[in-house]
Design a binder for this molecule. Structure first.
Ligand code: ADP
Length: 265
């Protein structure tokens, strides 16, 4: 999808054409560089878990293990890295489908409160591992949304998992909403490490990470937010965040909703 348009009037047509061609050339070059970078990233991301799996299975095969504890440790690395590979491949496949416009959406009416509750339930194990508390206000009425509930849940789970991943143990995540006439905003507020200002413009890019080692160690593929952004846009919404480094981050998800319709439902 090239953005440059060949627009020129009769006046100085040649000059305009030359400009347009230069722009087109620049855009093509940018596209090629992005593609190259993307494939370089993919091969790196795939190679890393494969090299762990290969390395540790060779150690096991060659009987270079000293005791049962070490054996268990190596086996769990192999399992974990296989899990990561599967996750990466699934994520890449999903992204490709989205970008080709081939992701099928199933629209239905969903109570936002139910979707929030079930998303929180699904991450409760991960939250418990870090002794974290995920809070939603259950005392209020939530709007009903015409959306793909499975995809919305996927978005929320991704954002909550990140909030858990980039927070210290025993911290918490607050989820709250604001209902407007044509939309609903969902706020996911964590008290974690935050996103430094200089990294902010890039976090939705594929494979961009503020801290590579931390993200890897805590199980991220680096594709989460790229997928989230794509999904949110497919659902007709918007996503943004505010963050203070060292204090926390608030992701703000805005989705189309109709107050009147919600009341009727
Ligand atoms: P990852 O698999 O690395 O988590 P994502 O695409 O989900 O990949 O996120 C990209 C990067 O954005 C992360 O590596 C992390 O540095 C940063 N990030 C995402 N969510 C948060 C958050 N809630 N708090 C702090 N940093 C975050």
């Amino acid at each position: 999808k090239l953005k440059t348009k060949l627009l020129f009037s009769t006046k100085d047509e040649v000059g305009s054409l030359a400009h347009a061609i230069t722009d087109l050339g620049r855009e093509l070059e940018e596209y090629r560089t992005n593609r190259r970078e993307f494939f370089a990233n993919i091969s790196h991301e795939l190679r890393t878990p494969i090299s762990y799996i290969k390395g540790y299975s060779e150690v096991l095969r060659d009987g270079l293990v000293h005791n049962e504890k070490e054996r268990e440790q190596y086996l769990s690395i192999i399992t974990e890295e296989s899990r990561r590979l599967t996750m990466l491949i699934n994520d890449l496949f999903e992204l490709a489908k989205m970008e080709e416009g081939k992701l099928e959406l199933n629209y239905e009416w969903f109570d936002l409160g139910d979707v929030l509750t079930s998303s929180v339930k699904k991450v409760s194990l991960k939250a418990a591992e870090k002794k974290m508390d995920i809070r939603i206000d259950t005392s209020r009425d939530y709007p009903v949304l015409y959306t793909d509930g499975v995809r919305l849940e996927q978005i929320l789970i991704n954002l909550i998992e990140n909030a858990i991943r980039y927070s210290n143990p025993e911290s918490r995540v607050d989820i709250y909403t604001k209902v407007h006439k044509q939309s609903v905003e969902i706020f996911l507020h964590d008290y974690g490490m935050g996103i430094p200002e200089e990294d902010a413009p890039f976090v939705f890019e594929r494979f961009y990470r503020v801290d590579k080692s931390r993200s890897r160690a805590s199980g991220g593929t680096g594709l989460g937010l790229a997928i989230v952004k794509n999904l949110v846009e497919l659902l007709g919404g918007k996503i943004d965040f505010r963050s203070i480094s060292g204090e926390g981050t608030t992701f703000i998800l805005s989705l189309p909703a109709n107050e009147e319709v919600s009341k009727d439902k």
